[in-house]
Ligand binder design. Sequence first.
Ligand code: ADP
Ligand code: MG
Length: 575
Amino acid sequence: NFGDASEEQVSGAAVLARALKAQDVQYMFGIVGIPVTEIAIAAQQLGIRYVGMRNEQAACYAASAVGYLTGRPGVCLVVSGPGLVHALGGMANANMNCWPLIVIGGSSERCQETMGAFQEFPQVEACRLYSKFSVRPSSIEAIPSIIEKAVRSSIYGRPGACYIDIPADFVNLQVNVNSIKYVECCMPPPISMAETSAVQMAASVIRNAKRPLLIIGKGAAYAHAEEGIRKLVEQCKLPFLPTPMGKGVIPDNHPNCVAAARSSRALQFADVIVLFGARLNWILHFGLPPRYQPDVKFIQIDICAEELGNNVRPAVTLLGDINAVTKQLLEQFDKTPWQYPPESKWWNTLREKMKSNEAASKELASKKSLPMNYYTVFYHVQEQLPRDCMVVSEGANTMDIGRTVLQNYLPRHRLDAGTFGTMGVGLGFAIAAAIVAKDRNPGQRVICVEGDSAFGFSGMEVETICRYNLPIVLLVVNNNGIYQGIDTDSWKEMLKFGDATALAPPMCLLPNAHYEQVMAAFGGSGYFVQTREELQESLRKSLADTTKPSLINIMIEPQSMRKAQDFHWLTRSNM
Ligand code: ADP
Ligand code: MG
């Protein structure tokens, strides 16, 4: 043997890492252990960033946020059995949100399969419900083409999650380098446009609308359709409202944004609604009465044909890429210019309602009583937030009320519980956002606004945040419970009568919990605040300090609720 190159060996782990690199995968989140540790090491050696997390679920949330923010899937790397099972929550969340994601799970050795191997589990089958594509490569030689297919599937058509199973015996197996053929990076997703006649019909329905409304969803954000949609809004002078993660595609403070009149006016009375990448699911009350007019005409724009016609019979369906279809619509209005009259009765109705809703929130925000309420907290936070910051948010009232007060001015700058209403996503999302910001937008701050209950689901990721020294500002809006809690005195009083398991309302969490000490334990800054002045001061310090993360634990009234709603059903919905 004269060191012939054809004798050179390479491990399964190295092949997998190179195949990922060839598909331009840049970020990997996970928890190592048998049998995937070597995969993480091999990936890191090739320049793929590896972020070690504390729970696979949070790792998977983080990887999926990378997909939404960058348009290329992040990888979540997990061990066999329980590791993979923990990741299913993240896969489900990504798939429901239509976000690209690659999950790679180690699995037990093939020769021990069905014998009760260590952490044996039917992983490929388990992932099928949560993904677009779930497969185990038949050999190490097959890994590069399977990785290419997974990455391509995750971003083509409606984006989603893909699973690849890597048996333990693949990881360290050595094969001849020449037996591996790497596959070129898949092409960017092809762009499809809507049928011309449908575009013409849509333009005509919009022109004839008496009370038009555009709804901008996170599909529009993902599609980078901000420029075209904004042009359409401004050229045709149309009112719009964003869905939770559609916020920022057009700035929240744009004069045509009618978010403050959302439910009881805009949705309720519109006669023509154009949906830009937003499904008619629970978030939009299924498009049905009593939340909408029975004869409202929907124009749906979506990349997924199966979505069109769900829950309603649309007036027009525009199947295609939102960015491309918006340009097609603009062409129609360039050919025959038209604008919706700015002094119409509809605009006046919307403006009036916005004014009164905004006044009601301001009134609540200005309340000087202690403990603070949600509105007071969010108004003071909003005053200091940098314009380009990323806002991550979860919790029930924390997220819902926070959304109405915290402004987004840029697209893809809000991450929250999403379509699946998942609690526990916040810290993983914030970590992903901070890592991506470090590479692409240095100096950008990530603000993570958590309810105290929501924070608990992935709270130990604070250690991850401190280990990588990500200058995230975590706000825990603490009402001692889920939806609501009770104060310390009542809690103590209650315990005189018996055990907490018998007496504590199930919504309660420990009153006055010092979550800020979790941050302090790992070297970040922790603040416990009870007044507006303390909140202002600690937030000012946290935003000024770009060298380390902070957590501000904000005590609010344990029974603090939303402002009164026009209709009883509004208080029950998440919107
Ligand atoms: P929201 O939660 O903001 O209402 P949804 O997740 O319900 O948004 O809807 C997003 C929609 O956007 C999905 O139906 C998805 O198929 C669609 N979508 C994603 N990317 C594109 C794209 N590039 N072009 C068109 N539609 C897209
Ligand atoms: Mg709470």
